[in-house]
Design a protein around this ligand. Structure first.
Ligand code: MN3
Length: 235
């Protein structure tokens, strides 16, 4: 297995040269795209056990993520979804009837976010990003170490359940946290590059109430090649 776990069917990358579009990179066709399919984990349930235990991975993928996916498909059962990705759907939520919009937002966000999250981790991680991504991080946060500190703090400051996101918009990266299963596509604020699940179901079995320990351990299994590739395909 290569250290870069992005099977071809997971990602539909931009087919055209869009070098100027990084400045306006808000299209759902840019960045990582998620299909309306429920995939296996790209590695074994115990592959990340240095940071995330097998039971948590199994429950998180097989139960939590699966439930979001099933609820999403149920919400969309009367809609024409052929050829749509979840990116298309999340960036056009206003097109769906009011009575199912919230269900699509929560469960569609849940499906995208978890697919993103699995791909962002690897049993063969890299300790830090390189190239353009590292340059952007050092410009915005002074150093990778400082970025990590701010990322962890952003996760600690998220009251209740949600995600920490690093996204890019207008050539600039931005760190934020969002509640529930919201993400930068739903918020139309950029292309997601890094995202970490801070719902208790992501860490409680191993880390109990210690979200900070979880976030620090999570950095040990980040597959930096994943956001590096998203960034590369935008430029
Ligand atoms: Mn989760």
């Amino acid at each position: 297995m290569s250290s870069f776990f992005v099977p071809n069917n997971y990602i539909k990358l931009s087919e055209n040269n869009i070098s100027n579009d990084i400045k306006n990179a808000l299209s759902p066709k840019n960045g990582f795209e998620v299909k309306l399919e429920f995939n296996d984990l790209p590695y074994g349930e115990n592959a990340l056990s240095v940071s995330i235990d097998e039971e948590t991975m199994t429950l998180h993928h097989d139960k939590h993520h699966k439930k979001y996916f099933d609820n999403l498909m149920d919400a969309l059962k009367d809609e024409n979804i052929s050829d749509l990705t979840i990116n298309d759907i999340l960036s056009n939520l206003e097109k769906y009837p009011k009575n199912i919009r919230e269900k699509i937002r929560n469960n569609g966000g849940g499906h995208f976010n978890h697919e993103f999250f699995w791909n962002l981790m690897s049993p063969k991680p890299q300790s830090k990003p390189k190239g353009e991504l590292l340059k952007l991080i050092e410009t915005e946060f002074k150093s990778f170490e400082n970025f990590k500190k701010e990322f962890v703090q952003t996760g600690l400051d998220r009251f209740g359940s949600g995600w920490v996101w690093l996204c890019i918009n207008n050539g600039k990266i931005k760190l934020s946290s969002m509640s529930n299963q919201d993400n930068p596509i739903i918020e139309k604020c950029g292309i997601p590059l890094v995202g970490c699940d801070v719902w208790e179901h992501a860490y409680y079995l191993k880390y109990k109430n210690d979200r900070e320990a979880y976030l620090n351990a999570w950095f040990e299994v980040v597959n930096w090649a994943f956001p590096e590739k998203i960034l590369k395909d935008l430029s």
